[in-house]
Design a protein around this ligand. Structure first.
Ligand code: PHE
Length: 439
């Protein structure tokens, strides 16, 4: 079998679960989720986030996998195929085109942050923090962000590693990489959790994350949770659709998506349970925004027994999480170009180079970084999700949908379908209304 996306299918459900979890688990879980939880005050935000995953994220994810597996090719052509089968307009392939562009836009700022993570990994592993005082570590992040050439080297390195995996193919590259990387990631996370439980102020961390104080909850917090549920599950941009097209035909979509959703949520919660106890044990605040992982945490590590060693493990695991996500950011575009007859290698180089140029612009202009982050998280991903929910919920042949989803109980099936038809779109429309300043 040639290892291109045109005919590749992973022969084990396990590979799909690892790939989709690899895509979902990333900087969103380990860097973003803890800091937005910190900004929005903890427990109540976590509860709303869990609700959003259950009512919007998972139903849309099931729909997206379904579209990919039914189409069996890249997101653009899969949508064309699905539209044809359901007598809908071929214009629905817009979902695929928008997804490919969203993936590239996310890759642009993602590779910059991943570059920082690699920098912290190298600095921890080479002992650069061993004798550093708090002041030095505190300034370190600012210096890194202002050191364009260092950032450039790291973001280039990350982009090249991503491209190498994607270029190697769906089965031998992506499939094999995630089958190894994800179990390693889980083991490292558990190790870090044990460390944090022993050395950190675990009770305060647990209380902060799980004690719901609804007086702290604002409309902003709810909408942030909703937007983040798309980003964290990699929804609305074709990554999950592309991976769905490589999923074995006999696997249950419902069960598989549930597994991915649970793993993604667990990793986010565990990331919080690693970071907050360590940060609290060292008397620091939880509301450090972007700097939570890059300033507070390294300072805390430097004050703790074995901190430098565990800091290397931590930033190593975050690098792995970032890599398994970034490959899914360019795969939809690569699969589409391959279908057009361009080789996988050429397609990968073209897209990785495009993302690299955008990433370089992000390094020099912070505003572009913020713009791409906001535009994708708040506009293109939810919009893609909305279209997917409408297409599968309202337009697709329901007999096909029911047969593919494999939810045996009618109660669960109808529960899913009506959530997808009504609740998920309504939630997404609320995000837009909020972004536009209407609510
Ligand atoms: N889900 C990834 C994360 O949480 C980000 C991502 C978004 C990856 C969209 C692929 C597609 O970090």
């Amino acid at each position: 079998m040639t290892d291109t996306s045109n005919n590749a299918i992973w022969n084990r459900r396990f590979t799909f679960v690892m790939a989709a979890t690899g895509s979902a688990v990333g900087l969103g879980n380990i860097w973003k989720f803890p800091y937005i939880t910190g900004e929005y005050g903890g427990g109540a935000f976590v509860l709303v986030y869990l609700g959003c995953i259950l009512l919007v994220g998972l139903p849309v994810m099931m729909a997206e996998v379904l579209l990919g597996r039914a189409g069996r090719t890249d997101p653009v052509h899969s949508m064309q195929e699905n539209a044809k089968l359901s007598d809908a307009s071929p214009a629905w392939s817009f979902i695929g085109y928008m997804g490919i562009l969203s993936g590239l836009m996310i890759m642009m700022f993602y590779s910059v942050v991943a570059g920082w993570v690699i920098d912290y990994f190298i600095q921890s592993a080479t002992g650069a923090y061993s004798n550093a005082d708090v002041e030095t570590i505190n300034n370190n992040f600012g210096e890194l962000v202002n050191n364009d050439s260092r950032e450039l080297v790291l973001h280039t390195l990350f982009t090249c590693i991503t491209a190498a995996v994607v270029a190697t193919g769906v089965v031998k590259g992506i499939g094999r990489a995630v089958e190894i990387l994800m179990p390693v990631l889980f083991v490292l996370m558990l190790l870090m959790l044990i460390y944090s439980a022993n050395q950190g102020d675990f009770a305060s961390g647990v209380e902060f994350m799980f004690k719901a104080d609804f007086s702290k909850l604002s409309a902003d917090a709810i909408l942030e949770a909703l937007g983040h549920s798309f980003f964290t599950l990699s929804l609305g941009m074709g990554a999950i659709m592309a991976y769905g097209s490589y999923m074995p035909g006999n696997a249950s979509i419902a069960k598989t998506v549930f597994a991915v959703g649970i793993l993604d949520t667990l990793v986010a919660l565990i990331a919080g349970l690693i970071i907050f106890p360590i940060v609290f044990a060292n008397g620091m605040e939880s509301n450090q925004s972007v700097g939570l992982m890059f300033k507070s945490l390294p300072i805390a590590f430097s004050q703790m027994p074995g901190g430098i060693f565990f800091s290397s493990i931590f930033f190593g695991l975050v690098s792995i999480a970032a890599l398994s996500s970034s490959i899914s950011l360019i795969e939809p575009g690569v699969a589409w170009m391959e279908k057009k007859g361009i080789s996988r290698l050429k397609s990968t180089i073209t897209l990785a180079a495009t993302a690299w140029i955008g990433g370089t612009v992000c390094l020099f202009y912070g505003e572009v970084f913020d713009l791409l982050d906001n535009f994708t998280t708040k506009v293109t991903l939810p919009f893609g999700g909305l279209l997917i929910a409408i297409f599968v919920g309202w337009l697709m042949n329901q007999a096909v949908v029911k047969a593919d989803i494999k939810l045996r109980s009618d109660l669960f099936y109808n529960g899913w379908l009506w959530t997808l038809k009504l609740i998920s779109p309504l939630g997404i429309l609320l995000i837009f209304a909020h972004t536009l300043g209407w609510i």
